[in-house]
Each structure stands twice: as C-alpha cells, then as structure tokens.
Design a protein around this ligand. Structure first.
Ligand code: DMJ
Length: 602
C-alpha cells in the first residue's frame, strides 16, 4: 500500500490529506525507526559474541560492511552461545576434567595390576623351586639360604601380598609361617641381627597389623589368625635380644645363633652404624619395655657420641661403644642410621612425645651436614648427587654414590612434610626454611637416581655410580645409553655394573609422588618397572639380578633377592595406587618396606 501510494505526488497529497493515509505514513516512519534502532542495538550483541569467541567475522561485517547495511536490516539477530551461570560453568569444566581423570585413573589401575602380576610371577617361581629357602635362584631353579634359613622371602613378601590382595599368596605364605617358622627359629644357626630384624621380624609385625591383629580380626580371611604372626615375632625377638644383653655396651653384637640364642660380634669385632640403629621401629612396635628399652638405649648412646656436622662414621665397636674410623657415607653401612632417626621419632607420634625430640634434632643436624659436606653437582649437566668422605672431613671428597643412597630423597621429603602433601603442609604454614631446602634436595636427588637408570642401555641402575666433577673424570665408562643427556655426567666402573633389583629409587619415587603429587614420579617408576620386565623376568618364574646393566642382552646373576618382593614391587604398586592406601601420615615403613602404624595421640 505504501509503495503504491508513493507513486505520484498527487496520490501523496491525497494520502496525507485522508486520515487513514496519515496513519499509514506514521506507521511507516515508526516502523523504519524501529528497524534502525533495533539494528543499532544488535551491534554490541555481536561484539559480545566475538568476545565470547563465537562469530568474529559476523561482527566485522556488521560493524564495517557499509554496503550490506540495508541487507542487515532484515537479517536475523546473531545467535549467541547460551550464557552459563558460574555454577553451570564449573560443572561443565569439572565434567571435562573428570573424563580426563577417568582415563588417568584407569591407566594407573592397569599399571598397578601389571605390578601385581609381576609379584605373582615372582612368587610362583619361588614357590615352585625354593619354598622354605631364603631366596630363589631362578635360573638354576632351586633355593638358597643366604640369610640363615628362616624362609626370608616368604615373610618379606607376606605384607606385600596382603596390600595387593593376592589372596592365594597370603594363604600359602601364612600357612607356611604357621607350620614352620617357630620351629626353624629354635633350630637354626647364625643370623645377622639387622637383616633378621628388618626382614623377618618387621615382616611378621606388619602382617600382624595389616591383617587386623590389633582389632582381633582376620581382615585377610586367608592364612592363620594374625596373632600367630605376633607370637612368632616374639619368639624371634626374645632370641635376638641377646645381641643387646650380651654386649658390654649399649651397642649390640652383630650376630645371633638362633638354636641357643647366643650373641657374637662380627669377626673384626665391629658392628655397622646403620645396623645397630635400624632395629628400633620393630622392637618398639612389640610394645613391651623389655624390647623397646634395649633398642632405644642404642639411640640414646649414639646421641652422646661426637659427630661431623651430624654425620657419623660407618663402623662402631660394641666393646668400646665408640665409632671406629672416619669413613662417612650415606650408602652401605651408613644409610638407614639417618632414616631411623626420623622414622623412630615419627613412629612415636612425634608431635606428642617430647622425649624423642633429640632424634629429630639429630636428623635435622645430619641433613644440614649432608647439604654442607656431601652434596655436589656433576659436570657438564649439573646432576645433584651425594658423595662420600672416606677419610672424614679433613680427607678428600669422593664423588661416589651407591644406589642405596637413593633412599634419601624419600626420607628428606617425609621429614619435610611429616607425611602430609606439600600443598597441605604449605597451606598450614608448616614448612620451615630447612624443610624447604630438604624438599628441594629430595626432588633434585630423585632425578639423579632416576637418571642412574636411564643412562644405561638396559634402563636399570648399577649398584654404584661415580659422578664427573672437576677433579674426577674417567673416559669410556658410561652407561651405554648414548642418547641420555647425562651420559658424560655418570661414570660406571666395571666392578659396579650389577643390579640387585634394589628398591631405593622406586621407594623415593613413591614417597615423592605422594608428597608433591607430581605425576612425573609415576611415569619414571613405570619406565623402571618396564625395564625390570624386559631384562630381569625369568619365564619359568621369578626375576633375576643382573651382572651388567650397561650391555644388551645383560649378563644375568642367578638370584632373586627377598627385597624384590618385600620392597621393590610393593613400592611400585603403591606408587600407582590411590593415596589412601597406607597413608604416609599414619604409617612409617621400616627400612625393608614393612609398614608399621604411627602411634596415635591418646
Ligand atoms: C634392604 O634390605 C633394606 O632396604 C636395607 O636398608 C638396605 N638394603 C636393602 C635393599 O636394597
């Protein structure tokens, strides 16, 4: 109507004169005005869309496309993505995150299952060819008694089986212990006090606790009643006590003959410092002063001895009660002295019992000593390592680090947060400057321990590594993996190229993962596990130690150490497990990875 009415000016005049026409013209003007206003208001809406990451092009054409302006008058308003409330947004983000998590959770669940399968494979070799012996010789398919003949693999493996829910193993190991162990304890010959305490006594006590002994239940529903483990532990501990009571000082003798419970010093008359100070978690758990007093006298005596910035020589005489020599190291014969200073304090519900603060102070002082006197960086790539002082503080520094030292990152991290996550400890303002330093050192050393694996052709660490520093280097002694960034930093001597399937690195990866929650520690652990699978698995059952980790195929040694089941596979399983399994603020692991509960506040 309007367009036709506009055709001639006569018509235009007539239209304006008549009232219907006036109404129509007003309607037309109003309509045009509405359309123009509406179009203007759309512009910011489109910009919103752009800001929200939707339609940039559309926004530009609306703002800058002058030729299309009229066309735009008739086009639909752009459709913006639905606006979400903050709550809806959070739900969406979480659901996306959860889908990611499901994959991650499944991945680690599967890997954990692989470790359990490895454990069952190790056990089946032992059961088929060596049941009742201390260790399996997987290649010659027989057993050997390297630890006095108490079936050490059985007791060392039992709590790992309980934690993994490997019911058949629990049943077989438990039944053997019930039927044979007490009898063996009363008949066998000489055993080492330390090895028997950490593996057999520690294994029995942990099995007792984990299977519900304290609640007078049998949580595993397999094997004997848990009290059998405790009774057997007491029979053993009663005999081992003679190592303390026969000594003229509070430093125990190193060996005990089980059949008559007589105690003897080592042939050279000396005990290892780590051995005499790594008995207390186990004897304390028996919660009878006749055991704990003897064990704790050692620590009280060690407190009084002179030290080098908290560091101690690796030998001590039970005859004089004094340290012997000046050799200071955190590897063999020194290692778990430092570990138990912290863990015995933690076991006693550290915060509540002021009587044991001296242990924590000794630990803190020693860690400062480690930082001042033993920590260096390799060249060219700056790996942080812990060396040795074979002739004390006035002698030369040796850039030698045993694989055994790789327990230290875990202990340092545990000491810093007392088993809490780093996040929680920081949130609650619990970390001192020393704690932060120790945590940093823990992370640096864990990396070095991992690189001791990845620098070799097999991906497995040697027993001992040397580090290239300014005044020490040797050519032609690398680990064989030329693509490793650290092939020139780490020196592996021919005599040190064996692997005993030791646990210390995976132990530290487990503790560091729990504390820092950094997934790289799990990935490193998985790489190490895969290398064990590839190079040490024996088809007929069991895993074997290697003679040389730097060549492929590696030369083998015919032995499966008890700690491969007691520690290495347990720590790998826990590394891939949920954090609530054996929480670090409720348990301390003895040095053979047997979890012992921390005393609760009364
Ligand atoms: C274990 O028997 C214990 O961890 C001990 O403290 C050191 N050595 C072995 C494992 O390497």
């Amino acid at each position: 109507v309007i367009s036709q009415a506009m055709l001639t000016s006569n018509v235009k005049r007539d239209v304006i004169r008549c009232s219907t026409g006036k109404f129509l013209v007003l309607l037309m003007i109003g309509g045009l005005a509405y359309l123009m206003l509406a179009q203007r208001n759309h512009v910011p809406s489109v910009s919103n869309g752009v800001a929200n990451g939707t339609s940039n092009k559309e926004g530009e054409s609306t703002l800058f496309g002058g030729g299309t302006r009229l066309r735009n008058l008739w086009r639909r308003a752009p459709r913006l993505p639905p606006r979400l409330t903050p709550d809806e947004k959070a739900t969406l983000i979480n659901s996306i995150h959860d889908v990611g998590n499901v994959h991650v959770v499944l991945k680690w669940k599967e890997r954990q299952e692989s470790v359990k399968k490895a454990f069952i494979h190790a056990w089946s070799g032992y059961k088929n060819y060596a049941m009742g012996y201390d260790e399996l010789m997987p290649l010659s398919q027989r057993g050997t008694d390297g630890l006095g003949g108490l079936g050490a693999t059985i007791v060392d493996a039992l709590d790992t089986a309980i934690i993994m829910g490997a019911d058949e193993v629990v049943s077989e190991a438990g039944s053997w212990i019930e039927a044979h162990l007490s009898e063996k304890i009363s008949h066998k010959g000489q055993v080492n006090l330390f090895e028997t305490t950490i593996r057999v006594l520690g294994g029995l006590l942990s099995a007792y606790h984990l299977s519900g002994g304290e609640q007078e239940m049998n949580l595993t529903r397999k094997g004997p009643k848990p009290v059998v483990y405790l009774q057997t532990a007491k029979v053993l501990a009663d005999c081992l006590l003679s190592a303390f009571t026969s000594s003229p000082t509070s430093i125990p003798f190193s060996d005990v003959v089980l059949r008559d419970c007589s105690a003897h010093p080592a042939p050279d008359g000396l005990s290892s410092t780590s051995e005499v100070s790594t008995l207390q978690l186990e004897f304390n758990y028996l919660s009878n002063p006749k055991y704990s007093q003897e064990a704790m006298k050692v620590m009280e005596h060690l407190k009084t001895l002179p030290k080098v910035e908290g560091l101690v020589p690796i030998y001590i005489s039970p005859h004089s009660g004094e340290f012997n020599g000046e050799n200071i190291r955190l590897g063999s014969r020194g290692d778990s002295y430092y570990e138990y200073l912290l863990k015995v304090w933690l076991q006693q519900g550290a915060r509540q019992d002021g009587n044991l603060t001296y242990l924590y102070n000794m630990y803190q002082e020693a860690m400062k000593g480690v930082r001042n006197l033993l920590v260096r960086k390799s060249i060219p790539n700056g790996l942080v390592f812990v060396g040795e002082l074979p002739s004390g503080r006035r002698g030369a520094f040796s850039p030698k680090m045993d694989h055994l030292v790789c327990f230290l990152p875990g202990t340092l991290a545990l000491g810093a947060t007392k088993g809490l996550t780093k996040g929680k400890a920081m949130e609650e303002n619990l970390l001192t400057f020393d704690d932060m330093e120790n945590l940093k050192l823990a992370e640096d050393l864990a990396k070095t321990c991992f690189e001791m694996y990845s620098v070799t052709s097999t991906g497995l660490a040697p027993e001992i590594a040397y580090f290239h520093v300014e005044d020490y280097s040797e050519r032609g002694l690398d680990g064989g993996n030329k693509s490793s960034e650290y092939v020139n930093d780490i020196i592996i001597k021919h005599a040190d190229r064996h692997s005993l399937l030791r646990p210390e690195t995976v132990e530290s990866l487990f503790v560091l993962y729990r504390i820092t929650e950094d997934p790289k520690y799990r990935e490193w652990g998985w790489q190490i596990f895969e290398a064990f699978e590839k190079h040490t698995k024996v088809d007929s059952g069991g895993y074997t130690c290697l003679d040389d980790v730097t060549v492929i195929p590696p030369r083998t040694r015919d032995k499966m150490e008890t700690f491969f089941l007691g520690e290495t596979l347990k720590y790998l399983y826990l590394l891939f497990a949920d954090n609530s399994v054996i929480p670090l603020n409720e348990f301390v692991f003895n040095t053979e990875a047997h979890p012992i509960p921390v005393k609760r506040a009364t």
